[in-house]
Write a protein that binds this ligand. Structure first.
Ligand code: NAD
Length: 308
C-alpha cells in the first residue's frame, strides 16, 4: 500500500483520489479551496457517473503539513499553479517518495524537476475526464486510458506498481517506455482544439464544420508537429488526422479552455499553444499561428477578475 497524496483536488484530483480510496488505498486530498475540502470532510466526496452518484469517504485537508510524509504524490493542479504545488509538496518528501504529474500540456516536468530530484519524478497523461459540479461534488465524464512512464524510458517496478494501483481502482493504465512522445501526442490535440474552440465559442465538433476552422486547426497542429520533429519526438503517421478523429469523437464537448473563458477564469494557454511558441523560439522556428492564438487568449484573460 502506498500512502498517496493528491495536490489539487479539483475535478481530476477528486476523481483519482476518490477511486483510489474506494479501492482501499490510503489517500489524502489537498486543496486550497476550503469550502470543497470542508464538504468532503463532512459529507464525503460525491462522484456522479452515468446518472448515479456514489459518496466516497476520503481524507481531505488544506494543510499539506498535517499529513506527514508520503510514498506517492500526484499533481492535479492547473498548470499555472504547478510551481506553488511543487513547493507545497516538499513537506511530503522522503527518500523514496515518487512524484507523478498527469496534468495537460508541456512544462510540468521541467517545473517539478526544478525542485525535486528527477530520479523521483514520473510523467504521465490521462484520457480520463471529469467536471467539478460544486463543493465536494464531481462528475466522471471520460474513460480514456492513462499512461505513466519514467523520464529515461526504462520500464521499472515502481511504474508497474503505479499501473497496478490505478488498474485496481478501475483506472485503465499502462506503463510506457516513450512517455514524452505520448505527452506531445496529447499536446497536439489540445493545440488544435482548445484555444480555437474557446475563442470562437464553439463545441469541438463545430471546428470540423467550417473550411476556415479546419484550415486554422491544421496549421496550429502542423506547427506543433514541426517543433516536435525538430526536438526528436517520435511522431506517428498523421497527427493532423488523429486530432480530427479526436474532435469527431468528442463532437458535443465544450473544451476545458472554452469552459475557462465562459467562466472568465484563467486558462492553461501557457502550457499548450504558449508552450509550442516557447519551444519553437528555442529552436528558431517560426510558429505564427500559435503565437497569434496565444496572444489573443492572453488579451482576453487580461479583462478577467482573477488578476486583481
Ligand atoms: P480543477 O480546476 O478542477 O482543479 C484544480 C484544483 O487545484 C482546484 O480545486 C484548485 O483549488 C486546486 N489548487 C490550486 N492551487 C493549489 C495548491 N497550491 N495546492 C492545492 N490545491 C491547489 O482542474 P482539473 O480539471 O481537475 O484539471 C487539473 C489538470 O488535469 C489540468 O492540467 C488539466 O488540463 C488536466 N486534465 C483535466 C481533465 C478534465 O477532464 N478535467 C482531463 C485530463 C487532464
Amino acid at each position: 500500500m502506498m500512502k498517496t497524496v493528491i495536490i489539487g483536488a479539483g475535478a481530476m484530483g477528486s476523481l483519482f483520489g476518490g477511486l483510489l480510496s474506494l479501492s482501499g488505498q490510503e489517500v489524502w486530498l489537498v486543496d486550497v479551496w476550503k469550502e470543497h475540502v470542508n464538504a468532503i470532510c463532512s459529507k464525503g466526496l460525491a462522484i456522479e457517473e452515468k446518472g448515479t452518484t456514489r459518496t466516497i469517504s476520503v481524507k481531505a485537508t488544506t494543510d499539506v503539513r498535517s499529513i506527514g510524509k508520503a510514498d506517492f504524490v500526484l499533481y492535479f493542479v492547473k498548470t499555472y499553479n504547478t510551481e506553488k504545488a511543487v513547493s507545497d509538496s516538499l513537506a511530503l518528501e522522503k527518500e523514496d517518495t515518487l512524484f507523478l504529474t498527469l496534468q495537460n500540456g508541456l512544462g510540468n516536468e521541467e517545473m517539478i524537476c526544478q525542485k525535486i530530484d528527477r530520479k523521483k519524478v514520473i510523467l504521465g497523461i490521462t484520457g480520463q475526464g471529469a467536471t467539478l459540479l460544486g463543493p465536494g461534488s464531481i462528475r466522471h465524464a471520460g474513460w480514456g486510458k492513462t499512461y505513466v512512464g519514467e523520464l529515461d524510458g526504462k520500464m521499472t517496478d515502481r511504474t508497474n506498481q503505479i499501473v497496478q494501483m490505478f488498474c485496481k481502482a478501475g483506472i485503465e493504465t499502462d506503463a510506457s517506455s516513450h512517455i514524452h512522445d505520448l505527452v506531445w501526442e496529447k499536446l497536439f490535440v489540445n493545440v488544435g482544439i482548445n484555444a480555437l474552440a474557446a475563442i470562437l465559442g464553439l463545441k469541438n465538433g463545430q471546428l470540423l464544420d467550417h473550411p476556415e476552422t479546419l484550415r486554422l486547426l491544421e496549421t496550429l497542429v502542423s506547427e506543433a508537429v514541426e517543433v516536435a520533429r525538430k526536438k526528436g519526438v517520435r511522431i506517428e503517421a498523421n497527427p493532423v488526422e488523429r486530432v480530427k478523429a479526436v474532435i469527431e469523437a468528442t463532437r458535443e464537448n465544450r473544451c476545458s479552455m472554452g469552459q475557462d473563458l465562459d467562466r472568465k477564469q484563467r486558462t492553461e494557454i501557457d502550457a499548450i499553444n504558449g508552450a509550442v511558441v516557447r519551444e519553437a523560439d528555442r529552436l528558431g522556428i517560426p510558429v505564427p499561428y500559435n503565437q497569434m492564438i496565444t496572444d489573443l487568449i492572453k488579451v482576453i484573460e487580461k479583462s478577467f477578475e482573477f488578476w486583481r
